[in-house]
Design a protein around this ligand. Structure first.
Ligand code: SGN
Ligand code: CA
Length: 512
């Protein structure tokens, strides 16, 4: 139940009247559980047709699920930089995965620290520079490893034995239980590597889904007709671009040259298993691989097999994330922390689970533009709330600052979600959202920007001067661009104007 005092405080904060008014020890703790590449299509609270995630679902059942949470730039490091700063990529300096985050800039953990919060981050960081604004950090170098992972710590590196998802949770719990000052509120970012590519399942889930056929998405065999050229020119098809060893767990032949890039990727994953882990792994994969080689599949049958191999391993890594979410929730229950702790489950972006024939992300199309976002905060959120407004990863830092009673800096570009958490939708809530993807290279997705409204989406591939316009009501799978179709002329003009307006408002440099 929400206390009158807290209601008043929140109302005052919403009106922008006050700075922090909570008594110090009443401020909420924040447990931010973050995964890497977790598609909302693989969360049962979002209606997954392919798996069950009872523990993640519990957060939604006892809290709120955002149905239209979007990212500003659908790739790992940029999304994380947005969350740290509350600013679009062009202002926080991380446009793509290759850039180094400037840790001297303003970030929300630093602002929380300034008002007495204890802050920590464990797991995937991926911003290259050392984390700043954290009292404790222990992060994976780069993409990190699934088995026996190394971690960066201040002044060095150390290795932990075991499976990365379990280890990240162990470290999270250890800090909350043993290392922090129980008299001050905390903000912990517990950030998983899973379910990122190489999709290596943990020892407990290696045989999950064996003997089952996971349903295929409707667009597994997309022909990329009726769209601009980039959809056809990408390199992220399950059929053509998955790597036999790294992705599909087919052991590279013995005579593979040592400098073969695919062999190196395989060794970066499988090569880290210790002898016992390797025996268990081989016992699971070798018989299935022999059966596959024996079958000599071709054409669509081969794509179907690759989809099954990919999706099962992907979902197995998620099963472990879900178990570990359960561990964290149980800990909060047992210690009485649950009542005053904001729990968030989110991913750095969405992901393709065979839609359009793809794995990976990057596009402004729905599956990668949208990301799961679920929050529980018993004092504030009514259990079982579903919100359909357009919200964004940009809004997260402001929401957390607001929740902690910190004044939101005026140069942040999102908006606090606090009213939405309480079921109050401000009349001027955003009705359009600006997106911009910059990276060139792996997967060959053309840079693009665009605007999405509740019903439409306009995309500009500015390097080739191509446009797409989708009507999400008549064409939810985005298979037919209606750009320049006469009946959409008015919508098109309105969207073009809106794109220009948003770019000005958000101070986006003019694209060459
Ligand atoms: C690696 C992956 C890509 C993935 C990027 C970015 N290849 O390069 O498939 O798109 O990371 O992922 S891999 O062969 O090295 O696994 S992100 O989550 O960091 O954005
Ligand atoms: Ca990612």
């Amino acid at each position: 139940m929400t206390s009158v005092w807290m209601q008043t405080t929140v109302a005052m904060l919403l009106l922008g009247v006050v700075a922090p008014a909570w008594a110090q020890d009443d401020r909420p703790n924040i447990l931010f559980i973050f995964s890497d590449d977790h598609a909302y299509q693989a969360i049962s609270a979002y209606g997954s047709r392919i798996n069950h995630t009872p523990n993640i679902d519990r957060i939604a059942r006892e809290g709120l699920r955002f149905e239209n949470a979007m990212v500003t730039n659908s790739i790992c490091a940029p999304s994380r930089a947005v969350i740290q700063t509350g600013k679009y990529s062009h202002l926080n300096g991380v446009l793509d995965n290759g850039q180094v985050f400037d840790g001297s800039q303003q970030t929300f953990p630093k602002l929380l620290q300034q008002v007495g919060y204890q802050t920590a981050i464990v797991g995937k960081w991926h911003l290259k520079s050392e984390p700043t604004g954290f009292d404790y950090w222990e992060v994976l170098p780069g993409q990190g490893s699934y088995y026996n992972p190394d971690f960066r710590v201040p002044g060095g590196q150390r290795q932990h034995s075991g499976y990365v998802t379990d280890i990240i949770t162990d470290l999270t719990l250890h800090w909350i239980e043993e290392e922090r000052d129980p008299n001050r509120p905390f903000m912990m970012m517990s950030q998983h590597k899973a379910p990122h590519r190489g999709w290596m399942p943990g020892p407990e889930h290696l045989t999950l889904y064996d003997g089952m056929t996971i349903p295929e998405p409707d667009t597994l065999f997309d022909d990329y007709a009726n769209r601009a050229s980039p959809a056809r020119l990408q390199e992220m098809e399950i059929g053509r671009h998955t790597i036999d060893g790294h992705d599909l767990k087919l052991k590279p032949p013995r005579d593979t040259p040592e400098d073969d890039p695919d062999l190196r990727l395989w060794l970066a994953g499988y090569g880290r298993l210790d002898e016992q882990q390797r025996r268990i792994w081989d016992a699971v994969y070798e018989p299935k691989n022999a059966e596959f080689l024996e079958a000599g599949l071709e054409g669509r049958d081969l794509v179907r097999w690759k989809y099954q191999r990919y999706i099962k391993d992907y979902l197995r890594t998620i099963a472990s994330v879900d178990d570990n979410v359960g561990r964290l929730l149980r800990y909060l229950d047992e210690t009485g922390l649950a009542e005053n702790t904001i729990v968030i489950y989110a991913s750095d972006q969405g992901f393709y689970l065979g839609e359009h024939g793809w794995f990976d992300k990057r596009w402004m199309y729905e599956e990668s533009l949208k990301t799961p976002l679920i929050m529980r905060w018993p004092e504030i959120i009514e259990a079982g709330t579903v919100n359909t407004n357009m919200v964004s990863n940009l809004d997260l830092p402001e929401t957390l600052l607001h929740a902690a009673g910190v004044e939101i800096p005026s140069d942040m570009q999102g908006r606090s979600l606090l009213p939405l958490l309480q079921g109050e939708i401000p009349e001027d809530w955003r009705t359009s959202f600006y997106y911009h993807y910059y990276e060139k290279g792996i997967h060959n997705v053309a840079p693009h920007e665009g605007v999405r409204t509740a019903r439409h989406k306009l995309i500009h591939y500015y390097e080739t001067s191509e446009w797409e316009l989708f009507d999400l009501v008549t064409d939810p799978n985005e298979l037919r661009s209606v750009y320049d179709v006469p009946s959409y002329a008015e919508t098109q003009t309105a969207l073009l104007n809106e794109l220009g307006r948003l770019k000005e408002e958000l101070r986006v440099p003019v694209v060459p």
